[in-house]
Ligand binder design. Structure first.
Ligand code: TRP
Length: 332
């Protein structure tokens, strides 16, 4: 049988996705899904590292699954599942906790950032060991590559360290995964401050586009997008606002930044923004319709996540069995 490399990635079910999540991650996964043996996960166990309302978590989990599928993830082709359905994640997570040092976890910048946002007496052990659970996610499937954003690079490094440490101590067990970080233009920036990443937690609603935004909202937000006073559509770091708009347009249209720049030669920003907005509206429309359809067909979603969990379980158990044996647990 032809061997395909394994990729694993996941997102937390923590509310509506942005255009940045879609263009920067999901659309990329869709491109990769046939070329690789792909595992895509809704990481609900990671989501509870900060307080979550149960009913919101339930809704967000199904919505995220619907977003994956509506964006083009093919559940027949990939293994699409919910993390908490495969108990091996928690089990391997525990084992890896026991070979991970406090010191290395204290250096995680995401932990430092996230714990700043919590009351100091509300920072949980789960938030601290978040990267260990993430390592378990990846290592269970012997992933070769992990498509993630630049912000996850440090988590990939600790995953590699943990895997190598286990392999050294107990003999070769885990594949050491590589980060798979798309280059230039992968990261979609805020429409209001193009030097920071587009994020739905931004206090200014005009800074992000949500996948669920209706056409009027999309048009309004692009109209207000921050540009500069140069007035020429060109692709460079002195014009980060325009550059971001070009990246968005490029990802959707498949045209290169150069092609876009020459198409707008002599035209102002107003026309360009209108065209970007229109492209985004057209891209999002079928996705929004599919999400609505899926969320009205919960039975179908259930079939998908049950089948996904079953497939994931087989691969995950195989790795966990080896791990348990190597560390000296008695097989039952
Ligand atoms: N930490 C990732 C994020 O916030 C989500 C995640 C959890 C993940 N487990 C993973 C990503 C495994 C890739 C692989 O984006």
């Amino acid at each position: 049988m032809e061997y395909k490399k394994v990729i694993f990635s996941g997102m937390q079910p923590s509310g509506f996705l942005t255009l940045g999540n879609y263009l920067g991650a999901l659309k990329n996964w869709v491109k990769l899904q046939n070329e690789y043996d792909s595992y895509f996960c809704v990481v609900d166990m990671h989501a509870i590292t900060v307080p979550k309302e149960p009913k919101d978590l339930r809704r967000n989990t199904l919505e995220l699954l619907a977003n994956y599928i509506a964006s083009g993830i093919n559940p027949d082709e990939v293994t699409l599942f919910i993390q908490s359905h495969v108990s091996a994640h928690a089990e391997l997570g525990w084992v890896l906790n026991c070979i991970t040092y406090n010191g290395e976890l204290s250096r995680m910048t995401q932990f430092k950032d996230k714990s700043k946002k919590q009351e100091s007496n509300a920072i949980t052990a789960g938030l601290f060991t978040y990267p260990v659970l993430m390592a378990a996610d990846i290592l269970l499937y012997q992933a070769d590559l992990v498509p993630v954003g630049e912000d996850q690079r440090q988590h990939l490094e600790i995953t590699r360290d943990i895997a190598a440490r286990f392999n050294n101590r107990y003999s070769d067990t885990f594949k050491i995964p590589d980060p798979f970080i798309a280059k230039e233009g992968a990261k979609i920036m805020s429409l209001q401050d193009p030097t920071s990443k587009m994020s739905k937690s931004d206090s200014n609603e005009n800074s992000f586009i949500l996948i669920k935004d209706d056409p009027d909202t999309v048009i309004r937000k692009f109209k207000r997008a921050v540009t500069d006073s140069i007035g020429v559509v060109s692709y460079n770091d002195e014009q980060p606002g325009v550059k971001n708009l070009i990246n968005i347009y490029s990802k959707i249209s498949g045209k290169t930044p150069d092609e876009i720049v020459s198409a707008y030669d002599g035209k102002g920003y107003a026309q360009f923004k209108e065209d970007v907005a229109e492209a985004v509206i057209n891209e999002l429309k079928p996705i929004q319709e599919k999400i609505d359809y899926l969320l009205k067909n919960k039975d179908y979603l259930e079939k998908i996540y049950l089948a996904g969990a079953q497939k994931a379980e087989i691969a995950a158990r195989k790795t966990l069995r080896k791990v348990y044996k190597k560390i000296g647990f008695i097989p039952k």
